[in-house]
Design a protein around this ligand. Structure first.
Ligand SMILES: Cc1ncc(C[n+]2csc(CCOP(=O)(O)OP(=O)(O)O)c2C)c(N)n1
Ligand SMILES: [Mg+2]
Length: 349
C-alpha cells in the first residue's frame, strides 16, 4: 500500500502523460501475464495465444492519439491494443477463455475479438486480413463527414502481403482518414525481418505511395505518442499515414513456441528494450513519480488482473443452443442442414 507521504506527494503532482502511458502499459503487461497463466491452467479457448509483451508502447502510445468514434482493426496479437482503447479486461479475458461473458460470447476468442461499441472492427488471424477493412471504414467516415479516423494495427509480417499495398494505394489516392500502424517486433513466427525482406526500412514503402510515414523506437513510449499524435491528426485532416514502431517480441510467436531459432544472448539484449521499465525509470528520473507510488500502482493493477482471471475461470461456456446466435446477420437464415444436425444432438442430450 502507498504510505501517506507518498500519496500526498502524488496528489500534488500533475497526472502527466507519461504516468498515464505507464499505467496503460503496465495494465497491458499484467493482463498478458495473466493470459499466459490462463493458458497454462488449460482455461484458454483454442490452442493458440499470442502475447504482446515487449510491444506495450505501440498500443499505449498510438491509442492515446485516438478518440471516441475512431475505429480500428488488429492482427492476432491485439490484446494490448483493445485494452488501450478502453476494453474491460474481464470481458476480454472471458472471451479469450471462450466464456459466454466475453465480448463475443466466447465465439471469437483471442484472435477474433470485436466490439463495435468501442470501434473494434475485429482482430484477424489472417496476416494482413484486417487492413482493407480500415480503408472501407475510413471511406465511410469521410462519406458521413465524421471527424474520425480508422487505424489498422498489424505486424511486420504483413508487409509481405499484397493487400497492404493495395490498401495504402487507395488510402493515398482518395486521401482517406486512415493510419496504418506496423508493429515491427523483428519476427514473423520464426523468421527474422532481415531474412524476410531486403529493405527493412519499412516506412519508405509508404512514402512511395504518398502517405506520411515515420519509424519510431518503441522503447520510448513518449516518442511513440508524439509520432502517433502527428500522424493521426494529419489523417483526420485527409493525410493518410503509416507508422512503424520498432520493438522486440519478448517471447515465442505463440505460447507453445520456445523460439529455438534465436539464441539466449539475442533474447537477453532484446528484452532490455523494455518500454515499461524505460517509462518507469523516466518517471523516477524526472521526479514525476516516486518508487512507492509506482509500486502501489503496480499492486493495484495486479489486484485488478487477479480479479479478471478469477472472473474468467468462474464463468460459464456458451450453451450449445446459442451456437448460431451472433454468428449470422439477424436477417440471414441459419444454415438449415447444420441446424437440423445440432437440434438432433441437443435432443439426445
Ligand atoms: C495469410 C497468412 N499467412 C500465414 C499465416 C500464418 N502466420 C500466422 S502469424 C504469422 C506471422 C506474423 O508475423 P507478424 O505479422 O510480424 O506478426 P507478429 O506475430 O510478429 O505479431 C504467420 C506467418 C497466416 N495466419 N495468414
Ligand atoms: Mg512480427
Amino acid at each position: 500500500m502507498m504510505n501517506i507521504e507518498a500519496s500526498t506527494a502524488a496528489a500534488a503532482r500533475p497526472n502527466s502523460r507519461l504516468r498515464q502511458l505507464y499505467h496503460t502499459m503496465r495494465r497491458i503487461r499484467t493482463f498478458e501475464e495473466r493470459v499466459g497463466e490462463l493458458f497454462v491452467r488449460g482455461q484458454s479457448a483454442g490452442s493458440m495465444l499470442h502475447l504482446s509483451i515487449g510491444e506495450e508502447s505501440a498500443a499505449a502510445g498510438t491509442c492515446l492519439a485516438m478518440r471516441d468514434g475512431d475505429t480500428f482493426t488488429t492482427h492476432h496479437r491485439g490484446h494490448g491494443i483493445f485494452l488501450a482503447r478502453g476494453a474491460d479486461p474481464a470481458r476480454m479475458m472471458a472471451e479469450i477463455g471462450g466464456k459466454e461473458a466475453g465480448y463475443c460470447h466466447g465465439k471469437g476468442g483471442s484472435m477474433h475479438i470485436a466490439d463495435m461499441g468501442l470501434g473494434h472492427l475485429g482482430a484477424n488471424a489472417i496476416v494482413g486480413g484486417g487492413i482493407p477493412a480500415v480503408v472501407g471504414a475510413a471511406l465511410a467516415i469521410r462519406h458521413h463527414k465524421k471527424p474520425n479516423v480508422s487505424v489498422a494495427f498489424f505486424g511486420d509480417g504483413a508487409t509481405g502481403q499484397g493487400i497492404l499495398y493495395e490498401s495504402m494505394n487507395m488510402a493515398a489516392l482518395w486521401r482517406l482518414p486512415c493510419v496504418f500502424v506496423c508493429i515491427n517486433n523483428q519476427y514473423g513466427m520464426g523468421t527474422r525481418i532481415d531474412q524476410a525482406t531486403a529493405n527493412t526500412s519499412l516506412h519508405e514503402r509508404a512514402l512511395a505511395f504518398g502517405l506520411a510515414a515515420e519509424t519510431v523506437d518503441g522503447l520510448d513510449v513518449e516518442a511513440v505518442a508524439d509520432a502517433a499524435e502527428r500522424l493521426v491528426n494529419g489523417a483526420r485532416n485527409g493525410q493518410p499515414a503509416f507508422l512503424v514502431i520498432d520493438c522486440y517480441r519478448f517471447y515465442g510467436h505463440a505460447r507453445k513456441d520456445k523460439s529455438p531459432y534465436r539464441d539466449a544472448a539475442e533474447e537477453e539484449t532484446g528484452r532490455q528494450k523494455d518500454p515499461v521499465l524505460h517509462a518507469r525509470r523516466a518517471l523516477l528520473d524526472s521526479g514525476l513519480a516516486e518508487a512507492g507510488e509506482l509500486d502501489a500502482l503496480d499492486a493495484e493493477i495486479d489486484r485488478e488482473m487477479d480479479a479478471t482471471i478469477d472472473f474468467t475461470v468462474g464463468q460459464a461456456e456458451p450453451p450449445l443452443s446459442s451456437m448460431f446466435r451472433d454468428v449470422y446477420a439477424p436477417d440471414e437464415p441459419e444454415p438449415e442442414p447444420v441446424r437440423t444436425r445440432i437440434d438432433r444432438v441437443l435432443a439426445s442430450d
